[in-house]
Design a protein around this ligand. Structure first.
Ligand code: GUN
Length: 284
């Protein structure tokens, strides 16, 4: 079997068109364009690229982006004050604090200061708690985008074993909550999991977000599985690869996301969607 590709790039482009159309219609009805504030602390090169892409995407669909690049040495208090200010600003409907932050800053403490109504990353304990209690509001972008991709291929969830590799707050944990909500039986593997192959080879749905290139061997994949690769790693020759050995895995899976062009574009598209949802909810 050769897997069909799950085209996240195309799906995200379609979503962006729909979001843009809705924002244009709302503008014609007299509503202000949604606003997203992006805080970036330090010089992490990958974060700079992600933030540039997110701001460009805002521009593409008519979301105003307000950018706060801060030096590595910024004191936590300064970011606290900025978040409080943005929480009060009616032009700002969403606040994104790009992670990771420099090690002298308490990321979790700062994320908790963001008004949950403006928490377009869905990382605030309130929003994660709502998802855990099956009443999601603003949902973490990458897992939400993956659920849209799975829905687009008419993925079954009930009586399906979903295996997530990686237990981060950004992807693995909220992904587990999403797949549980959808009706899957969920396993979460992490650095202390002994026999990773055992879990991966039983996965009807596999989501990998480990940050380790080709950790998941292609011949571990269960025949007919749906395979989602969140990993993105640049090789010395400039090419990009994921967590999963793609060439082998695609001969076993039924569906697979490419890297690049799979999950990555969906994270940005869902951020735009969440910003529009937040703006609409704040009108109520
Ligand atoms: N760093 C890596 N991914 C993300 C994300 O989705 N949101 C934020 N805020 N930081 C990130």
């Amino acid at each position: 079997m050769t897997a069909k590709l799950i085209d996240g790039k195309n799906f995200a482009a379609q979503m962006k068109k729909e979001i843009s159309t809705e924002i244009t219609t709302r503008r014609e009805e007299g509503h202000p364009d949604p606003g997203l504030a992006v805080i970036l602390v330090g010089e992490d090169p990958a974060s700079h690229i992600y933030v540039r892409n997110k701001r460009q995407a805002c521009n593409d669909v008519g979301i105003q982006s307000f950018y706060y690049p801060l030096p590595n040495e910024t004191e936590e208090k300064q970011i606290v004050d900025l978040i409080h200010e943005l929480n009060q600003d009616p032009k700002v409907n969403g606040i994104l604090l790009q992670l990771p932050l420099p090690s002298h800053i308490d990321s979790d403490g700062l994320l908790e200061l963001i008004n949950p109504d403006k928490d377009v990353d869905g990382f605030h304990p309130y929003n994660l708690g709502r998802l855990a209690q099956r009443r999601p509001l603003l949902r973490p972008c990458t897992p939400y985008g993956i659920m849209m991709l799975l829905d687009s291929i008419q993925q079954h969830y009930k009586n399906q074993h979903a295996v997530i590799v990686g237990a981060s707050n950004i992807v693995g944990r909220p992904m587990a909550l999403e797949l549980l909500l959808a009706g899957c039986t969920v396993s979460v593997c992490h650095r202390f999991t002994g026999d990773l192959k055992h879990f991966v080879s039983d996965a009807d749905i596999l989501v990998s977000a480990t940050g380790i290139p080709t950790l998941i061997k292609g011949d571990w994949i269960k025949p007919g599985a749906t395979v989602i690769d969140v990993g993105i790693h640049r090789l010395a020759d400039g090419s990009l690869i994921g967590d999963i050995e793609f060439a082998v895995a695609k001969e076993k899976a039924a569906w697979i996301t490419p890297v690049p062009g799979g999950v990555g574009p969906m994270t940005t598209a869902t951020l735009l969607k969440n910003t529009l949802i937040a703006a609409k909810n704040q009108m109520k």
